[in-house]
Design a binder for this molecule. Structure first.
Ligand SMILES: [Zn+2]
Length: 270
């Protein structure tokens, strides 16, 4: 499932490659991924010039002269810059450009391609209710956001309405590097622990962004991301030795998700 590093990488690639292109035609093979009727979606974006691409959490925002195209890959998918002659076998939407290239969008399971008219981005409830991008939250902001919270740390960090972009791929190493247990009660965190957590969130996400995201996602040109299995420190490494203290990594059930921790480095009670 793509998380912030993969989505930031896609948005960066799309900004560089797509800005200035004009959408000449749109083909929709999966109308249920849209938020408006197919004809309205097509007529709204046909003829639009792409101005910029950015991300909010796991959503990609394509800003055009005629409003926004908002893409969410859900569990995963491909956004590929290609041509009609080289279309991938699986695609749900095709955006043709005036220069003869096209953007092919595929969702592995289910995703969204939404339209927001100019000036109405704030009314798009699915993105309007997201918290700030995880890689843009300062230590001071994180302290403010955690103030008064009584829940468990991991649940907070995965709650996209609180802080957007972290999922169950990167969370294990983030908590390990911050030496914090996923079920740690937020109101017991010290200022120093929150500062360390903030730094680790930034560093971990940026490390993967610099590598173009995780290997299980393809970039805009069909190449795998450079963040490989060996870059994962303790996540999904149950039974292997902790790189710090050699204690075997444990897998825990934490609510609806699994967690991987070093019980020595990440004690629950301090
Ligand atoms: Zn350890």
């Amino acid at each position: 499932m793509p998380e912030l590093p993969e989505i930031v990488s896609r948005a960066n690639e799309m900004r560089q490659a797509l800005t200035g292109k004009v959408i000449s035609a749109i083909e929709v093979l999966q109308p249920k991924c849209l938020n408006v009727p197919t004809e309205l979606f097509i007529s709204s974006l046909q003829g639009a010039r792409i101005l910029d691409v950015c991300n909010h959490g796991k959503w990609i925002f394509v800003e055009t002269t005629q409003g926004y195209l908002l893409l969410s890959l859900g569990m995963g998918g491909e956004i590929l810059l290609t041509t009609r002659a080289r279309l991938p076998e699986k695609h749900r939407l095709i955006f043709d450009f005036e220069d003869g290239t096209c953007l092919s969008v595929n969702f592995w399971w289910f995703g969204y391609a939404h339209y927001a008219p100019p000036g109405e981005l704030a009314s798009h409830t699915m993105t309007a209710r997201l918290g700030p991008n995880a890689n843009a939250v300062s230590a001071g902001q994180l302290k403010e956001m955690l103030k008064g919270q009584r829940g468990q740390l991991k649940a907070f960090l995965l709650d996209q309405s609180k802080i957007a972009g972290i999922g169950n791929a990167y969370i294990h190493d983030i908590l390990f590097l911050a030496r914090l247990h996923p079920q740690r009660k937020i109101d017991t965190l010290s200022e120093a622990e929150i500062e360390a957590l903030s730094k680790v969130i930034h560093d971990s996400l940026q490390f993967s962004i610099d590598k173009g995201g995780a290997f299980y996602e393809l970039n805009l040109f069909g190449e795998k991301g450079g963040f490989v299995v060996e870059d994962i420190i303790i996540g999904y490494r149950e039974g292997t030795a902790c790189p710090v203290c050699a204690t075997p990594i444990e897998k825990l059930k934490t609510g609806s998700t699994s967690s991987f921790i070093c019980p020595q480095c990440q004690p629950l009670v301090k």
